[in-house]
Design a protein around this ligand. Structure first.
Ligand SMILES: [Zn+2]
Length: 150
């Protein structure tokens, strides 16, 4: 497998049963941990290779070369996590890979379906996660909608 982003239910520690964790099979088919937390976070390739889509970890594969799949992933993922992933990308990977994998998402503004690079989007819709622990963004907006929201 290569050029594939994998998300699954990782995490697992006091007060938090799980959270989305992510790893990547890069363009050479190498295993790269993006975000692994708690005792369910996967940091070894052996375990990663044995994951099947939709198993008990709710594993989901995104083909990073398929623009439609990328948009679907961005639009269905918590905005804070999308921003976190793009930050990890820009720190961790060399420029060629950052260009190869561009996260494109849909602006969540009302009547705005603009598609744009997540790096050019603004977080909005800030709310607690229901546990009173974290405060995170739930939507991504383009420049114009971001101004209207604030
Ligand atoms: Zn917009």
């Amino acid at each position: 497998m290569k050029d594939t982003l994998v998300c699954y239910k990782g995490g697992g520690y006091d007060g938090c049963h799980w959270e989305w964790n992510y790893f990547l099979w890069n363009e050479d088919g190498e295993f790269e941990v993006l975000y692994a937390t708690g005792y369910k976070g996967i940091v070894d390739e052996e375990t990663a290779r044995n994951l099947e889509p939709g198993d008990r970890f709710s594993v989901h594969f995104t083909d990073l070369i398929d623009a439609d799949e990328v948009v679907e992933f961005v639009d269905s993922t918590n905005a804070s996590h999308v921003k976190m992933l793009t930050d990890i990308y820009s720190r961790k990977f060399r420029a060629t890979l950052r260009e190869r994998y561009t996260f494109i998402g849909t602006c969540q503004g009302e009547d705005c379906d603009l598609l744009l690079d997540v790096n050019d989007m603004h977080e909005g819709g800030w709310a607690g996660d229901g546990h009173g622990v974290t405060y995170s963004a739930h939507y991504l907006y383009c420049d114009q909608c971001s101004e209207e929201e604030s």
